[in-house]
Ligand binder design. Structure first.
Ligand SMILES: Cc1cc2nc3c(=O)[nH]c(=O)nc-3n(C[C@H](O)[C@H](O)[C@H](O)COP(=O)(O)OP(=O)(O)OC[C@H]3O[C@@H](n4cnc5c(N)ncnc54)[C@H](O)[C@@H]3O)c2cc1C
Length: 393
């Protein structure tokens, strides 16, 4: 079977809805992924290796903090930023996760809740990829319900002392700084964000091994035992649980685009394979109605997903987006991508389980993407609450 090369997916002239600049950003990211990530990703996935060598080139293209303004950031529009995450995830969800964390979960909160000094210290260096960050919200006992967190910060003189455990933290052990969300004892347990540098005594990051998903991304557990940080490490404008939820909204938006990239990769691979692969009377499997039905389902759902997230992006640019809009895009598009991965895997038969093709890797990655940043069902509850006015959590 000849090598299959991605050709792009556009059924209803979706590109005509994009500006020239948006198409240029997308095409630049696409070429970068094709030239730099696609050739190494299967090796990284097998070895469970994060391709750190791509950090600097991604920084040079403005991928980190891409939609932020100032401090060296690219100041992209939300659709441009989304198209970048689409292309990254077309390459691999793990690499897209790394960029999402650096941008939406670390640079965004520093930009939004940080002091001027914190912004000057961290943002230019993070934009250049010289410093990496992670986002510590989830704990061993609290995932979907982060408000239950046990991690505590206590103000003692001009320092804070942090204690607690964080779990499933992307980039945990490679990060120079962790944003740790903790309840402040002296403020009636209000949740606030803290910058914790990796070399603070009492701070430890240990990688989680044995993941069958996001193998090209580092995932760690963090432990904080009497970690002393100066009071200037508090993100001064962080103010309760809504602050980390605002960060998650940023990341979920990027994921909604990213999932389309994974779906496009699977669909285009399955389509090309179905035309090349012959079974019965020397005919391509693409000539069978049942195979065409699967391809039709995929291209229809990809197209609907593109339109959904484009509208959410336009609303975001206009300052009119609501969190439930982003929940709908994340929930729908990740589910859609996972279904595309399963159908594509099926079309490739036995070849579908091999890493000569990207499909099984995308499928396994998407299982994490379905769970993190609010599970599929948690987003059902967010949308349900929005339409009924009733909290069903
Ligand atoms: C690879 C990976 C990377 C991650 N990276 C990060 C990171 O960088 N930073 C970070 O803070 N976290 C991270 N996470 C954690 C992720 O956000 C959590 O896994 C997620 O929030 C779900 O929490 P949980 O795993 O504890 O599942 P649980 O909350 O225990 O949920 C388990 C199941 O119960 C369901 N459920 C829960 N509550 C309800 C309800 N009220 N009604 C109906 N069903 C419900 C869920 O939908 C799910 O199906 C990562 C996770 C993974 C897998």
């Amino acid at each position: 079977m000849p090598a299959i090369k991605f050709r792009g997916v556009d059924f209803i002239q979706f590109d005509s809805l994009l500006t020239e600049e948006e198409r240029l950003v997308r095409d630049t990211a696409r070429k970068f992924i094709e030239d730099n990530l696609v050739p190494i990703i299967e090796e990284c996935n097998r070895a469970g290796r994060f391709p750190r060598e791509l950090v600097k080139p991604m920084a040079d293209l403005g991928f980190f903090g891409a939609s932020l303004h100032g401090y060296g950031c690219a100041g992209m529009g939300n659709v441009e930023y989304g198209l970048v995450t689409q292309e990254l995830e077309r390459g691999d969800s793990g690499v897209r996760s790394f960029v999402s964390v650096q941008s939406a979960l670390v640079m965004y909160p520093i930009h939004t809740f940080g002091s001027e000094e914190q912004k000057q210290t961290w943002l230019p260096a993070m934009q250049k990829g010289e410093k990496l960050g992670c986002f510590g919200l989830t704990e061993p006992g609290f995932g979907s319900n982060p408000g239950g967190m046990r991690t505590r910060a206590r103000k003692v003189g001009n320092e804070y002392v942090l204690n607690g455990e964080k779990m499933w933290i992307t980039s945990g052990s490679i990060a120079d700084v962790a944003i740790i969300w903790a309840k402040v004892e002296n403020e009636n347990d209000k949740i606030r964000g803290f910058l914790v540098e990796k070399d603070r005594p009492g701070f430890k990051a240990d990688d989680i091994h044995g993941k069958w998903s996001l193998r090209a991304s580092v995932t760690s557990g963090l432990s904080l035992q009497d970690v002393h940080i100066p009071e200037s490490n508090l993100l001064p404008k962080s103010d309760g649980l809504k602050s980390p939820l605002m960060c998650l909204n940023q990341a979920r938006y990027g994921i909604a685009w990213g999932a389309i990239g994974a779906a496009m990769s699977c669909y285009d691979c399955a389509l090309q394979y179905a035309i090349l692969r012959k079974q019965w009377r020397d005919q391509p499997i693409a000539s069978h109605q049942l195979v065409q039905d699967k391809l039709t389902w995929m291209i229809s759902e990809i197209t609907k997903a593109q339109l959904l997230v484009l509208q959410v992006g336009r609303l975001k640019d206009a300052g009119k987006v609501e969190h439930q809009h982003i929940s709908m895009a994340k929930r729908n598009n990740v589910w859609m991508a996972l279904e595309c991965a399963r159908l594509s895997r099926d079309i490739l038969g036995a070849n579908g389980v091999a890493d000569d093709y990207p499909i099984m890797r995308h499928m396994m990655n998407l299982e994490s993407v379905k769970t993190y940043e609010g599970t599929h069902d948690v987003h059902s509850l967010i949308i349900g609450q929005s339409v009924t006015g009733i909290d069903a959590f």
